[in-house]
Design a protein around this ligand. Structure first.
Ligand SMILES: [Zn+2]
Length: 249
């Protein structure tokens, strides 16, 4: 089975930049990318979107399922079994949390391990990051376009801002790789709120983002960061799995 660790090596191989990881690039994704020749790649992490959630809420997540049905590839992808920050660290480095050492926002600035974004920047490619302010700030000056969104109680408003920044940076023709992260499902799950509402809002955001990717003839990579964190209900079986979607909408 694929794991989140395969994502960064695959992107590195596609962009032809060096990345040190024991995980291998995914041939099927490379084939897809080489045949579509995307002008930009968006790597979108949907917080708490695990594989069981993806299937259980299929109706609400219609817009995302349609991306797969139209021309995409869907993988069941093993997580690194970590909370959000170390999981995103693994997605962006291809290394396990104990190897990249990024467990908090403070670690992002201190880590000697470079993310795929920084590696691309060093090779002369422009990249972008749309993330919560605390996680984004340490990458100012290392990544060409950094958009931080302050955390807030209204998580729909938060995701709306993430979406707006993501769509606006996709209009820049020099950007090659964009990383972005939306969080409504995670917040709603933690609070035991209506997950149908969170799933629908997330799908609508993804519909708009996919449209922006389509306008750039880009490639969209979507994955979850970890198993859905419910307030006090059933804990998922480990190792957890998340959907990994590759499409060219
Ligand atoms: Zn998370």
């Amino acid at each position: 089975m694929l794991s989140q660790l395969n994502i960064a090596p695959t992107l590195a191989e596609f962009f032809d930049v060096p990345l040190t990881s024991q995980a291998r690039p995914v041939e099927q994704i490379l084939k897809f990318a080489y045949s579509h020749k995307p002008s930009v790649v968006l790597l979108m992490v949907i917080d708490s979107l695990d594989y069981p959630f993806y299937t259980e809420f299929a109706e609400d997540l219609r817009a995302i399922h349609e991306l797969v049905e139209r021309n995409g590839i869907l993988f069941v992808c093993e997580t690194v079994n970590s909370p959000t920050t170390p999981a995103i660290g693994s997605i962006l480095t291809g290394l396990r949390p104990e190897s990249h050492g990024i467990f908090s926002n403070e670690d992002v600035g201190k880590s000697k391990i470079k993310s795929i974004l920084e590696i691309l920047e060093e090779a002369g490619h422009k990249t972008a990051l749309v993330l919560e302010t605390g996680g984004a700030r340490p990458l100012l000056g290392k990544v060409s376009y950094v958009f931080g969104v302050d955390d807030r109680e209204d998580i729909f408003e938060y995701d709306e801002l993430i979406k707006t920044h993501t769509i606006s940076v996709l209009k820049r023709h020099d950007v090659k790789l964009v990383f972005s992260h939306i969080r409504a499902i995670d917040r709603f799950a933690h609070r035991d709120w209506d997950l149908h509402a969170a799933a629908r809002e997330t799908a609508e955001n993804m519909r708009a983002i996919a449209k922006a990717i389509s306008a750039r003839n880009g490639m969209l990579v979507i994955c979850g960061d970890h198993e859905t964190h419910f307030k006090d209900k059933k804990q998922r079986k480990l190792p957890a799995t998340v959907p990994l979607i590759v499409c060219s909408p």
